[in-house]
Design a protein around this ligand. Structure first.
Ligand SMILES: *Cc1c(COP(=O)(O)O)cnc(C)c1O
Length: 486
């Protein structure tokens, strides 16, 4: 890339910021912290603004175009969420303020907990976890505490279907559980025989991503839950895919004992590139006492004259804190705004349209791309990025070529149970025109793969950087711009 680095633009003596006068005597400062020479580029404000504005223009975002990154629910994030999260009463409060001074913020958190309880069919919710994977860790710790509390110490085994999200085995292992994988059957459901074979008195629970990473609703959901419960285990639901279920089924009502939500996915807060997220956990009645502390509660009921007093409560057998303070508050405000703007009927429509859009794409693409588990999908589906008669083409080449058509690639090589997977999640916010344009690009690429494979192998052609070494880019970060290398 020809882009100059900030340190290359540095001119000695150029400044973009003036510090206020020092208001402590310099003798009072520790000598070893005083440096005359700092390796910081010297630039004007305009140099810096132009540089970062230009970099931002090289980026891709949901505000620029279609982003069908499966499992990530890259829906459009309404700008009103940003407006409300910037209200002074929300963004200028401190978590250690006396509760009397932050009643509005606490009321919002309380109501969000209540809505999440209602949406999921749960008796209690904690807003603390920082993201989906963190919600999983919290949920598994709750399951562990539940068995321990009953003196059932043998129960250390967590079953995870091979169609689960990759964070499921990771968070279970981090909770000190033994992870055992179970197979999917030919229709992409949990294989009941494999499940039964693992249900013994060491079973702590099953962690179920439903809809799973194939975008499929388990056709034996109730039976699966019953088998696990009969064996004395609990069922963890990975609720990151709630976008398919909102207002249609309540996981708690079908017997899922604990579930995390991904506010940043389902309830439209900006994500990707590392956060912040929010992964609240909902539980059924028998697990309420184990939730992380603190939970926002009503300390004094409302009377005719005064509104209720909100504050913090501690569940009787809490697993403790899982996050500093109260979780990612700004994300809660955004999700709350989104729910308020949609209302209950609107949220149900979100799920209906998310499922409809995915099935529309599936119907239009299944003739050109092989779909190994080909049945009505939920909010996403998985196709193969591979043809027997174009053997040199891989999912990666299709993903890269899509960028030339100005689309963000789908998730690829995940889930692992599909060869050369392309996982496509359009979300409900896209119009038919956008979906049609994407279909046209996908069909064109399938044609190119057979007729001009080189076009795919060398893609992308229109981006400032071509194919990068993605492993090295992630593992070998260059985070500083050293203006004066030694
Ligand atoms: C995104 C996702 C997760 C993890 O959520 P994070 O917020 O990224 O930690 C877990 N399960 C599923 C099914 C997901 O799609």
């Amino acid at each position: 890339m020809t882009e100059p680095r900030l340190c290359e633009l540095s001119v000695p003596g150029r400044v973009g910021f003036r510090f206020p006068a020092v208001d402590v005597p310099s003798e009072a400062l520790p000598e070893n912290l005083l440096r005359q020479d700092l390796p910081i580029p010297e630039l004007s404000e305009m140099d810096v603004i132009r540089r970062y504005t230009h970099l931002s223009q090289l980026n891709y975002a949901i505000d620029i175009g279609f982003y069908p990154l499966g499992s990530c629910t890259m829906k459009y994030n309404p700008k009103i969420n940003e407006e409300t999260s910037r209200y002074t009463g929300f963004n200028a409060v401190h978590p250690l303020q006396p509760i009397e001074t932050v009643q509005g913020a606490l009321a919002m958190m309380y109501e969000l907990q209540e809505w999440l309880k209602e949406i999921g069919g749960f008796a209690g919710v904690s807003l603390q976890p920082a993201a989906g994977a963190h919600g999983e860790l919290t949920g598994v710790l709750i399951i562990r505490a539940y068995h321990k509390d009953r003196g059932d110490l043998k129960r250390t085994k967590i079953l995870i279907p091979d169609s689960a999200h990759g964070t499921n085995p990771a968070s279970s292992a981090m909770s000190g559980m033994n992870v055992v994988e179970i197979k999917s059957d030919a229709r992409g459901n949990v294989d009941l025989a494999s499940l039964k074979a693992e249900c013994d008195d060491t079973l702590a629970g099953l962690m179920l991503t439903n809809p799973n990473t194939l975008g499929l609703f388990d056709e034996h959901l109730e039976e699966v839950i019953e088998i696990v419960h009969k064996a004395g285990g609990l069922v963890y639901g990975d609720g990151a895919n709630m976008n398919a279920l909102l207002g249609i089924i309540k996981p708690g009502e079908v017997g899922i004992d604990v579930l995390h939500y991904n506010l940043h996915k389902t309830f439209s807060t900006p994500h990707g590139g590392g956060g912040p997220g929010s992964g609240p956990v909902g539980v059924r009645k028998h697990l309420v006492d184990f939730l992380p502390t603190p939970i926002v509660g009503v300390l004094e009921e409302a009377t005719d004259e005064v509104p209720p007093l909100y504050g913090f409560t501690t569940p009787a057998k809490t697993i403790g804190r899982v996050k500093a303070f109260h979780g990612h508050f700004g994300i809660m405000v955004r999700a709350y705004t989104y729910m308020l703007m949609h209302g209950a009927d609107g949220l149900r429509k979100v799920a209906e349209h998310a499922v409809l859009n995915a099935n529309y794409l599936l119907a239009r693409l299944r003739h050109a791309y092989h779909v190994p588990y080909d049945r009505i999908c939920m909010h996403e589906f998985v196709a193969e990025g591979f043809w027997d008669d174009a053997p040199e083409i891989h999912a990666l080449d299709i993903a890269k070529r899509l960028m030339d058509y100005h689309f963000h690639p789908p998730t690829n090589y995940f889930p692992l149970i599909v060869h050369e997977a392309l996982m496509i999640e359009p979300t409900e916010t896209e119009s038919k025109q956008t979906l049609d344009a994407f279909v046209e690009a996908m069909l064109k690429i399938a044609e190119e793969a057979h007729q001009e494979p080189e076009l795919l192998k060398t893609a992308p052609h229109i981006t400032p950087v071509g194919r990068v070494d993605e492993v090295r880019a992630a593992k070998d970060l260059i985070l500083t711009c050293n203006a004066r290398p030694e």
